[in-house]
Design a protein around this ligand. Structure first.
Ligand code: GDP
Length: 195
């Protein structure tokens, strides 16, 4: 798909009402620093649309990016950020869960996991929430360029086992540096749009 137009249309905080969008939504979840902003920017072909972690004041909101007036990327708040209190973490959790439960236009949920590391307890919890809400998460294994080619299969297996993925579930290794995996993600999105 050629990206002609991107607009950050809605930003939802903890108490905000979710938008009633008429276009399909594709959500992206993952722990802070996993590379979510970089992935969203790579999909949009933009350098710095979704704010990256290094920028101060990154807020914990659900951001709806309207793409080509046809679909939405939904940037879910990064979880597992060490510096916040448990109460704040619980609020983010509720916000994400509420979104998963109450979004009729949500077509697909991408869960980002750093390809280098074993999935954390938070990753596993997020995976289970997504499944529990009736979606088969698509795992995007980020920062692919940071491991040796010969290690890829081993790491993919580690992620699949760690999350308890089903055989038929999709895992896409991805690098924001080389853009490997970008087309596969787009194909999945376009496949859902055609349905
Ligand atoms: P977010 O908190 O999940 O939105 O993560 P960011 O997209 O801000 O990325 C966190 C850090 O990881 C930044 O310093 C990025 O430059 C870096 N990063 C993200 N994706 C990749 C990748 O595919 N390869 C490499 N080498 N670095 C990445």
């Amino acid at each position: 798909m050629i990206i002609k137009n991107v607009e950050l249309e809605t930003v939802c905080g903890i108490t905000s009402k979710l938008p009633e969008n008429i276009h399909p939504e594709f959500a992206f979840a993952g722990k802070s620093n996993v590379g979510k902003s970089s992935l969203i920017n790579a999909l949009m072909n933009r350098k710095s649309y979704a704010r990256t972690s290094s920028q101060p004041g990154k807020t914990q909101t659900i951001n709806f990016y309207h793409i080509n007036d046809a679909l939405y990327y939904v940037d879910l708040p990064g979880y597992g950020y060490a510096k916040v209190t448990l109460a704040v973490k619980e609020k983010w959790g509720k916000m994400i869960e509420n979104y998963l439960q109450k979004s009729p236009m949500l077509k697909m949920v991408f869960l980002l996991i750093d390809i280098r590391h074993e999935p954390s307890a938070n990753d596993k919890m997020m995976y289970d929430w997504i499944v529990h809400n009736g979606y088969r998460p698509v795992i995007v294994a980020t920062k692919l360029d940071k491991i040796n080619r010969s290690q890829i299969q081993k790491h993919v297996k580690m992620l699949r086992t760690g999350l308890g993925m089903e055989k038929e579930d999709v895992l896409i290794p991805f690098s924001a540096e080389t853009k490997q995996g970008r087309e596969e993600i787009w194909e999945l999105i376009e496949g859902q749009m055609a349905d």
